[in-house]
Design a protein around this ligand. Structure first.
Ligand code: NAP
Length: 255
C-alpha cells in the first residue's frame, strides 16, 4: 500500500468512513489514519473485521474506533454520529463508501434504500456534526455513474441505478453544501480487481473482468483505488465535483 497522503497532513482531523470493515473502505481508513486523522471505522455486521482494521491502525500509531451502524436504520445512524462526536469531536471528512444491493433476502428495494435513501439520511444526519470546511466524498463506480447513458450487466443494474440516484440526490444538495462551506466530491472508478462485487459479477458473466481489463487497458486493485479515494479527501475539488479513476472512454458522457 502506498499512501498518497503525507504523514501528519491530517493531524487533528476527524474522519468517518462508512463501510470500512473491508475492501476499499478499510484501506481508505488506513490511509487517512496514517496521515494523522482520527478515524471512525463503520461497519454493518462484521464487528471482528472492523476491530481488526482498528487494531492495524492503532498498532501503526494511529487513532481509530469501530462503530457499528446499519446505514438503512436511521436510529443506528444517529447513534453513530453521537458516539463519533462524543469520542472524537466534530467530523472533518465523511467518506460515503458503504454500498450494496446484490445481497439476497433483504427485499427488492434494498439497493435503493441503502444506496440512495441511506446516503441522503447519513448526510442529513452528519450536517449538524460537521466541522467548518468539512468535505464529503461519495464513492461510486463508472458503471453506476454512467448508467443513464451506458448499459451495464443485468445483475448490477439495480445497484447502478440506485447508486446514481444517490449521487443525484446528493448533488441536488450542492447549493446547501456551498452555503454551509461544505465541500463535495464524487469518486467514480471502473471495476476493481479482487472485490466481492467483481467476483460476483464474474461468476454470473464468466470472462467479464478480463474483457473489461482489456477494454480499459488496466483495472485498479483495492489499495490503488482506496489511494484515489484518500487523495480525493485532500486534493482540490475537480471539475464537475467528480474525480474519475481509470479509463472512461467506454462510457458515453451525458448530452
Ligand atoms: N467493487 C468494485 O469493483 C467497485 C468499483 C468501483 C467503485 N466501487 C465502490 O467502492 C465502494 C466500496 O466497494 P467495495 O467493493 O469495497 O464494497 P464491499 O467489499 O462490498 O464492502 C462494503 C462495506 O459496506 C458495509 N456495508 C454494507 N451494507 C451496509 C449497511 N447497510 N450499513 C453499513 N455498512 C454497510 C460492509 O460492512 P459489513 O462487512 O459489516 O457488512 C462493508 O464494510 C462502493 O461505494 C462501491 O460502489 C466498487
Amino acid at each position: 500500500m502506498t499512501n498518497p497522503l503525507a504523514p501528519g497532513s491530517l493531524d487533528g482531523r476527524v474522519a468517518l468512513v462508512t463501510g470500512s470493515s473491508r475492501g476499499i473502505g478499510a484501506d481508505t481508513a488506513r490511509y487517512l489514519a496514517a496521515a494523522g486523522a482520527a478515524v471512525v471505522v463503520n461497519y454493518r455486521s462484521k464487528a471482528p473485521r472492523a476491530e481488526k482494521v482498528v487494531a492495524d491502525i492503532t498498532e501503526a500509531g494511529g487513532r481509530a474506533i469501530a462503530v457499528g451502524a446499519d446505514l438503512t436504520d436511521p436510529a443506528s445512524v444517529a447513534e453513530m454520529f453521537e458516539r463519533t462526536v462524543a469520542e472524537l469531536g466534530p467530523i472533518d471528512i465523511l467518506v460515503l463508501n458503504a454500498s450494496g444491493g446484490m445481497e439476497t433476502g433483504l427485499g427488492g428495494d434494498y439497493a435503493m434504500r441503502l444506496n440512495r435513501d441511506a446516503q441522503v439520511n447519513v448526510v442529513e444526519g452528519a450536517l449538524p456534526h460537521l466541522a467548518e470546511g468539512a468535505r464529503i466524498v461519495f464513492v461510486t463506480s463508472h458503471q453506476a455513474h454512467f448508467i443513464r447513458t451506458t448499459p451495464t450487466m443485468p445483475e448490477y443494474e439495480p445497484v447502478a441505478l440506485s447508486k446514481r440516484a444517490g449521487e443525484d440526490a446528493l448533488r441536488a444538495k450542492l447549493p446547501e453544501f456551498a452555503a454551509s462551506g461544505i465541500e463535495f466530491v464524487v469518486v467514480s472508478g471502473d471495476m476493481i480487481e479482487g472485490t466481492i462485487t467483481a467476483t460476483l459479477l464474474e461468476r454470473a458473466n464468466p470472462g467479464a473482468i478480463a474483457a473489461r481489463r482489456e477494454d480499459a487497458g488496466r483495472l485498479y486493485n483495492v489499495s490503488e483505488f482506496a489511494a484515489e479515494v484518500a487523495s480525493a479527501v485532500a486534493e482540490p475539488i475537480p471539475a464537475g465535483n467528480t474525480r474519475y479513476v481509470g479509463d472512461t472512454s467506454g462510457f458515453a458522457p451525458e448530452a
